[in-house]
Design a protein around this ligand. Structure first.
Ligand code: SGN
Ligand code: CA
Length: 559
């Protein structure tokens, strides 16, 4: 192991455990520490009120941030579910852990992973909820996973290899299963619980109790909703546009009981009946992953009048586009309402069982998501909204973190400033080393991420392995692979520094994009090749090359 890294590992862990800067000089947290790692699927920072107050309130997630830290420069290495999960489990970029895309990936469970390292260090580990890595989980004491993407209603789980259907709503059930495991664990050993919700993945089906919860809200249209993609070829070539690709039946649930609906602008919808958007729904007996008759009646009671009104309105053009945006936001935010409630349940469980003072709670998502920015839904791009997952960490004892003074500017997103913000660049390859560090366990040298526990302890790291010169890392590497595939986002890799984002789209395109996030936080103007950008471009190219060499990315279309 790199000596400086070892030093950081030890100082970080000891600061946390000795309760110095992390506990404000008060009573030290009991050791060893437990970890509850909560990860949603596609949860945008825009729909967490700790980050953005425009859309909805998330008091339970906000409380975690208030009682610890809010990360304002948190990024992923590859903005897609399976790859993101593999990065988290291994602490390595996609090419190094072998799981580059959802379509062809099968996670190699024989490799070194976080749960195996925790287990060897005396921890109990459980993986509950969305897994999405195709092969069975390895290295966990207990696993109870949703099949594939998972279903919202009456989902199928695989519990330590045994298939079973659980009745109810996915987010609630996933929390219930986690509680059952927590209740049955050995109380004398520390634990790490991976609690992975399927919500709010497409097609954004709310819990019955939350249908209509935001019906009186009109969501502000993002400024870039009607982006014309001028100067950005790949940005235009995608198929994740709310206007062009979001389906009013499949995504927005607008098939009536007769089964057919179509609009002049989307005649191809003619062939789609209610079964398409209702793949989670079926009349009659309980079918795994589908609603039962009672659930369906409650669903229809809410949707039928909306469907009738939609048919009657016969919208087209901008009226239709903006109606789609509103419907999308209503569904998505209603799904998050349930997630936030369940985060509250987890908090209450920890409090009621006396675990809040010796447990670190992490809340994040497998990637960021578009809430209509650039006209998009989905993720995948290295553009800011999908590159940035939310990340908040509640520290044992619940005191706001006192972040060290050296701050990185937050460009490309407008979060305002809070005293417990950690503005340094972190990435999901950092989660494994951070959790090992929290556990007081050594971080193997081949892990590519860095422990950010020192940042949570208010320390200024002297040096980390990915940085030339002093201090914390100053740039991030990104690589997205899933193309050709759904949504048609081209393969690309790139480098993000405090001010700039440089990316190269390759395969059947050969396009570079460069954004000055200080002048153009919304990334509307690609300045690659513009006069005056030569020196900056050369510097960024050198940094990109350095990172590709450091991480040993072969840049091959074969992977
Ligand atoms: C599904 C969705 C896509 C989504 C991918 C990946 N289509 O294929 O919209 O991009 O998952 O999402 S759907 O018709 O099945 O809803 S990921 O978060 O799992 O990577
Ligand atoms: Ca996802």
């Amino acid at each position: 192991m790199d000596a400086s890294k070892l030093f950081l590992t030890l100082t970080g862990a000891s600061a946390a455990l000795a309760g110095s800067s992390c506990s404000g000089g008060k009573k030290a947290p009991e050791r060893p520490l437990n970890v509850v790692y909560i990860m949603c699927d596609d949860h945008s920072y825009q729909t967490i009120s700790a980050y953005d107050q425009r859309y909805m309130e998330t008091p339970n997630i906000d409380r975690l941030a208030d009682e610890g830290a809010r990360f304002t420069n948190s990024f992923v290495a590859n903005s897609l579910s399976g790859p993101s999960r593999a990065c988290m489990l291994t602490g390595k970029h996609s090419h190094a852990n072998g799981f580059t895309n959802n379509e062809h990936g099968i996670f190699d469970g024989s490799q070194q992973t976080l749960p195996k390292l925790l287990g060897a260090g005396g921890y109990q580990t459980a993986m509950v909820g969305k897994w999405h890595l195709v092969s069975d989980p390895t290295g966990f004491d207990y696993w109870d996973i949703l099949t594939g993407q998972g279903d919202y209603y009456n989902p199928v789980f695989i519990r330590n290899g045994e298939r079973l259907v659980r009745h109810g709503y996915s987010t609630d059930i996933t929390t219930d299963v986690a509680f059952e495991w927590l209740d049955s664990r050995d109380p004398d050993k520390p634990f790490c619980l991976f609690l992975h919700y399927k919500a709010p993945h497409r097609s954004w089906m709310p819990d019955l109790q939350d249908l209509g919860v935001y019906d009186n809200v009109t969501y502000p249209l993002p400024e870039t909703f009607y982006d014309n993609y001028e100067s950005r070829v790949a940005a235009a070539a995608q198929e994740m546009s709310i206007i062009a690709d979001m389906n009013v039946i499949y995504d927005l649930k607008m098939a009536d009981r007769e089964g057919e609906i179509h609009t002049p602008e989307q005649p191809w919808l003619e062939n789609y009946g209610r079964d398409l958007y209702r793949r989670d729904l079926a009349p009659g007996e309980l079918v795994p992953g589908r609603m039962d008759a009672g659930q369906q009646a409650a669903w229809d009671a809410y949707y039928d009048p909306i469907i009738a009104e939609f048919k009657q309105a016969d919208l087209s053009g901008k009226e239709l586009y903006e109606w789609k945006y509103q419907r999308y936001m209503h569904d998505y935010c209603s799904v998050i309402h349930s997630v936030d409630r369940n985060v509250g349940r987890v908090y209450d469980y920890l409090r009621e069982h006396g675990l809040l003072d010796n447990t670190v709670v992490i809340y994040t998502s497998d990637q960021g998501f578009y809430m209509g920015e650039h006209g998009y839904f989905d993720k995948r791009f290295m553009y800011e909204e999908s590159f940035r997952p939310p990340l908040v960490v509640r520290m044992p004892g619940g005191k706001p973190v006192k972040a060290a003074k050296a701050r990185t500017r937050v460009l490309g997103a407008d979060f305002g400033h809070r005293p417990n913000d950690i503005d340094e660049f972190v990435q999901n390859i950092d989660y494994a080393p951070t959790i090992l560090d929290i556990a007081g366990l050594p971080v193997p040298a081949d892990i590519q991420g860095e422990s950010f526990l020192p940042l949570l302890c208010g320390e200024k790291p002297e040096k980390v392995q990915t940085t030339e010169g002093k201090g914390w890392r100053k740039s991030l590497y990104y690589h997205y692979y899933e193309y050709p595939a759904e949504h048609s986002v081209r393969r690309h890799y790139g480098v993000r520094t405090e001010r700039y984002s440089l990316m190269h789209f390759y395969n059947d395109l050969d396009e570079w994009e460069l954004f000055d996030l200080e002048k153009d936080p919304q990334q509307l103007h690609n300045v690659y090749g513009q006069p005056g950008m030569e020196a900056v471009t050369a510097e960024l190219m050198a940094e990109l090359t350095r990172l590709q060499a450091l991480y040993e990315d072969p840049i091959s279309t074969e992977i």
